[in-house]
Design a protein around this ligand. Sequence first.
Ligand code: UTP
Length: 436
Amino acid sequence: MAPVAADLAGRLTSAGQAHLLAHAESLAGGARETFVAQLASVDWARAAAAFASKAPPLPPDLRPPEALTWRRRCNEPGLAARLARDGDALLAAGRVATLLLAGGQGTRLGYPGPKGTFVLGPDPDRSLYAILLERVAATARRAGRPVPVVVLVSGDTEEATRAHFEERAFFGLPRDAVWFVRQGELPALDDAGRALLAAPGRLALAPDGHGGLVEALVRSGVLDRLAERGVDVLTTFQVDNALGRPLDPVFLGWLVDRHAVAAGKAVRKKAPDEKVGVFGRGLDGRVRIVEYSELPADGAPDLVLGSIAVHAFSVPWLRRLVATEGFTLPWHRARKKVACLGADGVVATPSAPNAWKLEQFLFDLLPMAPRTAVVEVDRAREFAPVKNAEGEDSPATARALVAAEVARWHREAGRPVPDPVPSLRPLVADGPDDLR
Ligand code: UTP
């Protein structure tokens, strides 16, 4: 049997992964070949650099950033109407695309499939993908032209996601306006930085975080294709917020109004210990989002604007940024539960986090932006997270929030609220105006 090629063996050894060579030697025939091919597909130098790097320290004296607050939006209807008109004009001119982050493994939900295929209900065709993407299709219909949709997938989610899109006729989106982009993967590591095995002859790989979208957009050429198509603004949203609205015209209008190159939507935090990242502005004037796990012990009570992970970025700015010498997003280590092969040769699912995943965060782009626009939105209308199987931020809480929104549309349209409240079907009605 051929030995592992010398250059691969060298790369593994210098990345501190010599145990994988020993494992390869223990495998027979085809299993060994498959494993060696998987080893060769990993960027070991990137993994080692990511494990060794430390996330940059928090700048001192973070203050609340300037934001278009909900109160201001309500008190100045003229401003909100003007921003909405500007946003609608961008959409009508075909200058906006959106990107759905759908590469995560969704371990907390524990659903066996991509989170987007999870049926939130109440009707059995109401998957998270259906609810979110039909809303994009409804916005495009109002704008009178397609909105390009990029779907960020990973090794774990790509196949089932593509199949779900096919089954559902792309949720009313034109096929040629939907681009799947596969993000990178890195091995999950133990405390010593050694790659874990998911099974004999198979690495435990994990997607490289939602920030991995930047590299994936560049590598796939999709960032350039968006620019060639005349797209100036790329908004992003997450598959696990059933009420995510990435094409909200006021949000787009505020980005333009502020001459900003990046933007984020915020809600007022319910309590200092609520598990959402918060917006802060450093002494350098730059806006950033601090992960809840990285906040100081008191939860930084002044920083009340929590992120709901809906962003917008100027495409020309993003292209200039990624072309800058040495550009990279910082790496973070996330402590997660990863089922892996133990020394006893048995694959065990741990009851507590046991491994490090190496991740880049999309919102680390914000402090690189010279100007960032923050828009506060109504939590009840735009934030229905699906993170956990039960309890808070679970399918049950998200289903109730979606039903409450649909009920509100009926009331605002002056109609009786049906009992039970019907499913959210954006292609039938995407707000009180459609119901009227
Ligand atoms: P989370 O950070 O909640 O991670 O993702 P997750 O992997 O989905 O869930 P857990 O932590 O394992 O339970 C937030 C959003 O970012 C996307 C997810 O699909 C979700 O929309 N994401 C996350 C990616 O697209 N790629 C990644 O590598 C990580």
